[in-house]
Design a protein around this ligand. Structure first.
Ligand SMILES: *Cc1c(COP(=O)(O)O)cnc(C)c1O
Length: 465
């Protein structure tokens, strides 16, 4: 399997090279040259297999010959070993035809662990056999940074520096980044907001000499390897509910379009998905685009579901590529208008394709709190605010059509966002007992001004462990 750029201007790469590169040299995102076809028989035989076995069978054709079968099995096994639930992603029924897919049993209690844990193993393996090292830098509004630090800690081919906005992430999120004591992972508290952090990361990637000096690499949600790892839980949950004999629908709380794009990739590879519901919070650029045909950015309004407070959804470019008939020139044009004019009109046939593939809806702040309360009254389950967005929009759509079971992706543990949950239910949810020491463990972080030179210096020095 080879990977091509959504902008059509980079040469195709294999899985390993596409993973190490992250972004293509023409600014595009890597997508598989074609979709593998998993047959009904193949999908039926996934039922009853372990999560690790399903991951191996689904990822195998995407990985191609980048890793041997034995290597891939080993990395998958190591990646999910530290999860707090044997099923890795258990399904919990909350209503006659609605199920939560609990993706928060990993080491940082959010779905990003599913991809990050595996990508860390694959990165380490690829770099060490090349005799190379890399410095991973990223900006986080919370969940991505902790997932990366937890996944890469202690690996000797990689150093990790995560920039986060000082004082603007939850205490659990901060402690998950600042308490690992391994010398190769570092949390940098920037005196600024999330956009500042993201802008400084971008500046460093655009600085060719710094990029080369430090062998910078990115592991943000546009990395194809992360998408490939996220396809697995769509297959695992659908087969647990009777696929391929029965169609299943999914509702996905969406920010950067990564998780829901993995659902599209599962469908494109043969999984019979009835509806893919895209659920946004009040930062609803994607919902507005699908409803109105206008893809136009607005200011980010901080919400109760901060991991979805995004206006430019990087992975949406991959959907636009499919929607325009895999036309790299058309995608380049759209992205140029986005950068230059702040938006563009989707137009036909792009809009028709998107509406056929995705149902969409959004959830206001008051509806988020109401939904947490309603799910608790209905089922006794306590959901995080991101998950509540997915439930609300799923239920809006399920009224219209009840033929398929609806799986709502539960993207984080409620204890990561205790304030919103307390507003809704009257009590603060507790962390699982394996996190008992988190509140007391010593923190290690470095505060920096929102200043490119100061940040680059801190990274060069490697920071004290
Ligand atoms: C990152 C994140 C999301 C959004 O996922 P995307 O892939 O960016 O759409 C939703 N919920 C939680 C808890 C997250 O951490």
């Amino acid at each position: 399997m080879r990977y091509v750029s959504t902008r059509g201007g980079s040469r195709p790469l294999n899985f390993e090279s596409a993973m190490l590169a992250g972004l293509a040299s023409d600014g595009g995102l890597y997508v598989p040259e074609y979709w593998p076809e998993f047959t009904k028989d193949f999908i039926a035989r996934l039922a009853g297999q372990s999560y690790e076995e399903i991951a191996f069978r689904i990822m195998r054709p995407f990985v191609g010959d980048s890793f041997s079968e034995g290597e891939l099995r080993g990395y998958i096994s190591r990646a999910y070993d530290g999860f707090g639930h044997a099923a890795r992603c258990p399904l919990v029924q909350i209503e006659s035809s609605s199920f939560l897919l609990e993706l928060f049993h990993g080491p940082t209690l959010a779905f990003k662990d599913f991809a990050m844990q595996l990508v860390a193993q694959l990165f380490q393996a690829a770099l060490s056999r090349r005799g190379e090292r890399a410095t991973i830098i990223g900006a986080t509004s919370g969940d991505t940074g902790s997932a990366a630090i937890e996944a890469f800690r202690g690996l000797d081919s990689v150093s990790v520096f995560i920039l986060f906005p000082e004082g603007r992430i939850s205490e659990v999120q901060r402690r998950q980044m600042t308490t690992p004591c391994d010398a190769n992972v570092h949390a940098l508290a920037v005196r600024g907001d999330f956009d500042d952090c993201q802008a400084r990361v971008k500046d460093m990637f655009n600085d060719a000499s710094f990029r080369q000096e430090m062998s910078l690499a990115g592991i943000n949600s546009i990395n194809w390897a992360r998408v490939a790892a996220q396809m697995v839980y769509y297959f695992a949950s659908a087969t647990a509910l009777g696929s391929p004999m029965r169609k299943v629908s999914f509702s996905v709380p969406t920010g950067n379009f990564g998780d829901i794009y993995a659902g599209y990739a599962a469908r494109a590879s043969g999984l019979p998905i009835e509806r893919l519901v895209l659920a946004t919070n009040q930062n609803d650029i994607l919902d507005r685009a699908i409803r109105s045909g206008q893809y136009r950015t607005a200011d980010v309004r901080p919400s109760l579901s901060p991991s979805m407070d995004i206006q430019v959804s990087s992975n949406f470019e991959r959907a636009l590529y499919e929607a325009s008939g895999r036309n790299g020139a058309a995608v380049s044009g759209m992205m140029a208008r986005l950068a230059g004019e702040g938006g563009f009109e989707l137009g036909e046939p792009v809009l028709a394709w998107l509406r056929e593939q995705f149902a969409s809806g959004n959830c206001r702040e008051d509806e988020t709190v109401e939904t947490i309360a309603e799910v608790f009254r209905h089922s006794g389950e306590v959901v995080c605010p991101h998950t509540a967005v997915g439930v609300k929009v799923a239920w809006d759509h399920a009224v219209a059509r009840r033929s398929a079971p609806m799986v709502i992706l539960a993207t984080a543990h409620s204890a990561k966002f205790p304030d919103a949950v307390k507003d809704a239910t009257g009590f603060a949810p507790e962390l699982p007992s394996r996190f008992d020491g988190l509140g007391q463990a010593a923190e290690r972080m470095h505060s920096v001004d929102n200043d490119l030179d100061e940040i680059k210096d801190a990274i060069r020095r490697g920071l004290p462990a």
